[in-house]
Every structure is written in structure tokens, then in C-alpha cells.
Design a protein around this ligand. Sequence first.
Ligand code: GTB
Length: 213
Amino acid sequence: MTITITAFERSPDGGKGLARDTRVRWALEEVRQPYEVRLVSFRAMKEPAHLALHPFGQIPTYEEDDLALFETGAIVLQIAERHAGLLPRNADARARAIAWMFAAVNTVEPPILELVNAVLLEGDKPWRDERVALIKDRIRTRLNQLSARLGNADWLDGAFSVGDLMMASVLLRLRTSGLLGEHPTLAAYVARAEARPAYKRAFDAQLAINTAR
Ligand code: GTB
């Protein structure tokens, strides 16, 4: 069984680990599964061969034997279900870990993506400052709620799980905004996640690609 994922030939972030292949690499590293990476250019992503794997012409994709997947939520869940280490054995705890994963991509990530778009793509609009302030307040609401739930715990629900992997991946994107710094417990949560050897291996692997050549 060979696992192959796709990643940017050259990530626009220059290797800061913000492209979404990093969370897939991280999950594979947590469960100690070897994988290969096929690098794709922006042009190749929109060509038929890649569109057959990813209908929206994006990265990452995941191939394992006859299975081809897109969407990092689905990919990371597949990895967690197939290999021990990212989901609790207890059925209820397992369901809660999956709920946190959905919370990360469905409740916490959307306003963060709005902020990225407002700053990067809408920076020249006359309403930019007002919109950024509004979105930042939406993010603050989520961070307050998340931080209240996390409290003094290391992870969201017992041991580190796929829910934490996805939540930390989403929160990482906030670092340059300064918003994470307003919540020391969440900043510490993300730092704990980044300190995991599996995260470091994943980060280093994508950095190597983006700093080579
Ligand atoms: N919902 C999908 C998932 O979770 O898999 C979203 C996938 C996605 O957005 N892929 C992006 C992509 O392929 C790369 S990760 N974009 C190319 C395109 O749409 O044509 C998003 C991303 C891109 C760049 C940075 N960066 O440079 O900082 C960070 C994150």
C-alpha cells in the first residue's frame, strides 16, 4: 500500500506550513505511515488529470490503492480511522474527537479564511479596514469560546486527537494577525501542537520542498 499526496510545487507561503498538505502530512506522521508526494503547479491543478482527483482543482489530494480522496477533513479522518493513534477507542470519545474536527473546519476556520481573503485579495477596496475589523471580531468570538472550553487542559477532549490536529492547523493560520496572542491559553495550545515530533517532521518535509532549488 503506497500513499501518495499532492502538494504545491512551490507554496505561496514559501514553506511556512500554511498550505493544507501540512495537516495531511502531520496526520500521516502521527500514525507513522510513509507517504509519497507528487508536486503540482498551479496550471497542472486545473488540468484534467488533477481535476479527476480533485473536482475543484486544488491540493492536497490523497491516493491509497484504489481510493482517491480530496478535502483535508475527509483525508485526515480516513488516516485516523485506518491507523491507530489519532482517534480514541471508546466510541463516544471517538465521536467527540470527530466533532472537534468538524468544529475546526466548519466553525472556526471560515472566519479565519475570510480574514485571509480580506487582507490578501481585497486590500485595495475602500471598505477593507471596516471589513477586517468586523471579521476580526467574529474570530475573537470563536477564540473566546474555544479558550473557555479548553480551560487549563492540554487538549480539547482528553488525549491528543484528530480534533486537536485539525484545530491547531486552523489556528496556526492566525499567527501573523496577532489574534492568537490575545489568547495565551490558545497560543500555548498551538505551541504544544507544534512541538509534537510528528508536526515537526511534517513541517520540515514541506519546508524542504519549498526551499530547495
Ligand atoms: N477545503 C479544501 C481542503 O481542506 O482540502 C481546501 C483546499 C485548498 O484551499 N487548497 C488550496 C489550493 O489548492 C491550497 S491550501 N489553492 C489553489 C487553488 O485553489 O487554485 C490553501 C492555502 C494556500 C496558500 C497558503 N499560503 O500561501 O499561505 C495557505 C493556504
